[in-house]
Write a protein that binds this ligand. Structure first.
Ligand code: CP
Ligand code: NVA
Length: 298
């Protein structure tokens, strides 16, 4: 039984296979008769808001021949305290796979264990692996490779997206700079484990210099809303604008997992200047996740 819960537990060769398959999904969309989810029903169980992830999974599952049920966790007995392990044991007898967006990463691990059906992490507080597969696909297509690139993540270095970037750097060996304010650095043990190709700094300009990609995410992740005021103050100075992009390599990409907050982590002008990359990145969620789903049931 395969699951897709974190890049940490993925093999490099499987990730390369996923990226190749995602390229193929994109190139043959609408022309392929590949229906690996035919006869299957998948459940999407979401405890947090979503636009891209929900729509790309719903469309992707249907395009692969499957049916989909969207379940808002707040409307399930889960929301009234039914344990995740019981929810998993029930759904595991009814549906063929699950895509889960929630807070505690352990909940997706427990669901996979008790449900005994292929389970996908559609974002937890710890990791957002589907996002990073789409991002790697976008970088490969636009810059022609990954291993020799310098990628700089700017923002909350302890958030789910940054953590998944660190796992990606560990698998592919590219240089990853994490530029973040004091108090928002990634887990020290993880950075130590990653080795010298992952560097954490408070010096945004130094990190941006010579980068192939500047990447950012919201300053206030879902679940951190009570910290909004202090985060806005602490992250001021970590905004990506034209002047910062000019420090990166000529032709460098600006990437954002979205949703974007103009005037916070990015300026309106720099986001619009790089909209082609950023919305291609969003579209690639569909192709990357179709690859992940196909791989899970193969
Ligand atoms: N990037 C991303 O996961 O977007 P959604 O929150 O809209 O799904
Ligand atoms: N770090 C963000 C990612 C949103 C796609 C969050 O968790 O809200």
């Amino acid at each position: 039984m395969k699951h897709f819960l974190s890049l940490e537990t993925c093999e490099h060769h499987d990730l390369v296979r996923l990226l190749d398959l995602a390229d193929q999904m994109k190139a043959t969309r609408g022309q392929s008769n590949l229906q690996p989810l035919q006869g299957q029903t998948w459940a999407l169980i979401f405890s947090k808001s979503s636009t891209r992830t929900r729509v790309s999974f719903e469309v992707g599952i249907r395009e692969l021949g499957g049916k989909v049920i969207f379940l808002a966790a707040s409307e399930m007995q889960l929301g009234r305290g039914e344990p995740i392990k019981d929810t998993a044991r029930v759904l595991g007898r009814m549906v063929h796979g699950a895509v889960i967006r929630t807070y505690d990463h352990q909940d997706v691990v427990d669901f996979a264990h008790y449900g005994r059906i292929p389970t996908v992490n559609a974002l937890t507080d710890h990791a957002h692996p589907c996002q990073i597969v789409a991002d790697l696909m976008t970088i490969r297509a636009r810059l022609g490779g990954l291993e020799d690139k310098v990628i700089t993540f700017v923002g909350d270095g302890a958030c789910n997206v940054a953590t998944s970037w660190i796992y990606a750097a560990m698998k592919f060996g590219f240089r990853l700079n994490v530029a973040c304010p004091k108090g928002f650095a990634p887990d020290v043990d993880l950075v130590r484990q990653a080795g010298s190709n992952v560097q954490v700094t408070e010096d945004l300009k130094a990190a941006a210099e010579g980068s192939d990609v500047l990447y950012t995410d919201v300053w206030i992740s879902m679940g951190k809303e009570t910290e909004s005021e202090s985060r806005l103050a602490q992250f001021a100075g970590y905004q990506i604008d034209h002047a910062l992009m000019d420090l990166a390599k000529p032709g460098a990409l600006l990437m954002h997992c979205l949703p974007a907050y103009r005037g916070k982590e990015v300026t309106e002008a720099i986001l619009e200047a790089h909209a082609d990359t950023i919305f291609d990145q969003a579209e690639n969620r569909l192709h990357a996740q179709k690859a992940i789903l196909s791989w899970l049931v193969s």
